[in-house]
Design a protein around this ligand. Structure first.
Ligand code: NAG
Ligand code: NAG
Ligand code: NAG
Ligand code: NAG
Ligand code: NAG
Ligand code: NAG
Ligand code: NAG
Ligand code: NAG
Length: 314
């Protein structure tokens, strides 16, 4: 009985720990990819490194910028470093700040000696270079990510995706240089499946450059999957069959409003999964342990019986 109580306490501990780790994970941005060619590197303790590190802390300390974008430089002459960050347009300044701070540290670990680097997360991107990267469009390096889940009725889905993404891209690019370039859209694909799209450029681009970059990104989306993204240093596009952005945080909501019940039930379902799964797993483990203990008891019994009956076994 004592043993059993100890086990229950252990399970409570497991539950608490798994909830805590989930909470910690919520703070941590979701890493997607990074790129820093090792063909051009700087030497350890060089001026360039000092400038790079200073730049990263400048970006980090300006992560609270309300518009989710910031560009700055560090150093001068040949050792000058240009850097910027861009947060996803629907995120709060605190989420943006957390992502940029994390990214600044992460990128210096993943790219310790590389002269140019870019890193992408769900929540933000951060990049730096020894060449001016401001107000000019960079489509390379590009990253393509697709969901492993296929979609039924691909032809119709791709047609809808194309149309919705076209609108999203047009809206995102349709602001002057310096203004936020971010748009989301949604469309219902079937009575039980919706399509959610997002397009974003760094605001330092002209409308034309943003459009060019987004057309390039959109053109590289393969379609046929339940989700896909193309990430470039200057812009990115994404689509999913679930709402992956915070719609209420985006100033003018997109024209076709979703049936509220759909969104709510989705959210409820998600919350349930996140909170309940660890508990359910723990309870299942508890039952499993009880079953094992019982089995061990009955096995002992079997063993004794076989010893008495058929003689030695194993
Ligand atoms: C550069 O990266 C490539 C591939 O990741 C690796 O094979 C190569 O050894 C690296 N070169 C240096 C100098 O680190
Ligand atoms: C770089 O500087 C640090 C601290 O000043 C020093 O400990 C380290 O040995 C230096 N590394 C190189 C490669 O010069
Ligand atoms: C932001 O960057 C500027 C320089 O670009 C710097 O002076 C400032 O300390 C940084 N941090 C904040 C919080 O403004
Ligand atoms: C940010 O980029 C713009 C050009 O897009 C430039 O005029 C401005 O000086 C840059 N800001 C900093 C702090 O370097
Ligand atoms: C950036 O670094 C590369 C590699 O060292 C060099 O070839 C290039 O000239 C540098 N560009 C600038 C603008 O300093
Ligand atoms: C671009 O935005 C302006 C107003 O901000 C609007 O009048 C115009 O129709 C938009 N163009 C497109 C192609 O959406
Ligand atoms: C999308 O929603 C509207 C209104 O709810 C409905 O009339 C239409 O049939 C739906 N389209 C599809 C493809 O399910
Ligand atoms: C969505 O954005 C709104 C408005 O900025 C904010 O109040 C809400 O907490 C956000 N929700 C999530 C889940 O981030």
């Amino acid at each position: 009985m004592e043993k059993f109580k100890a086990r229950i306490n252990l399970f409570l501990l497991v539950i608490v720990l798994s909830l805590l780790s989930l909470a910690a994970e919520a703070q941590r941005p979701n890493y997607l990819d990074h790129n820093c060619p090792n063909t051009t590197t700087f030497s350890i303790n060089s001026t360039y490194q000092a400038n790079r590190d200073a730049l990263l802390s400048l970006l980090s300390s300006n992560g609270t910028r309300g518009d989710g974008f910031y560009n700055t430089t560090s150093g001068s002459g040949a050792d000058m470093v240009y850097g910027l960050f861009l947060c996803r347009g629907d995120l709060s300044t605190s989420v943006c700040q957390a992502c940029v701070t994390f990214a600044a540290d992460d990128i210096s670990q993943r790219c310790p000696v590389e002269i140019t680097a870019v890193i992408w997360y769900d929540e933000c991107l951060l990049r730096y270079s020894n060449q001016s990267i401001f107000s000019s469009v960079a489509e390379e390096p590009g990253i393509l990510m697709v969901s492993t889940q296929n979609i039924n009725d691909q032809v119709r889905f791709n047609r809808q995706l194309q149309a919705t993404m076209d609108d999203t891209v047009t809206e995102a690019a349709n602001t002057s240089r310096g203004a936020k370039k971010f748009a989301i859209r949604e469309a219902n694909f079937s009575s039980f499946q919706n399509l959610y799209t997002l397009a974003q450029c760094t605001p330092d681009l002209s409308s034309m450059d943003c459009d060019r970059c987004l057309q390039f990104a959109m053109g590289n989306l393969p379609g046929g999957n339940q989700g896909g993204r193309v990430l470039t240093p200057s812009c990115n596009v994404r689509y999913e069959t679930y709402r992956f952005y915070n719609q209420t945080a985006v100033a003018p909501p997109p024209p076709p409003p979703a049936p509220a019940s759909g969104g709510n039930s989705r959210r409820t379902w998600r919350t349930i999964v996140v909170v309940v799964v660890p508990i359910v797993v723990s309870i299942l483990l508890l039952f499993f342990t009880c079953w094992l203990l019982k089995r061990r008891a009955s096995k002992k019994y079997d063993h004794v019986q076989s010893e008495n009956g058929k003689g030695h076994h194993d």
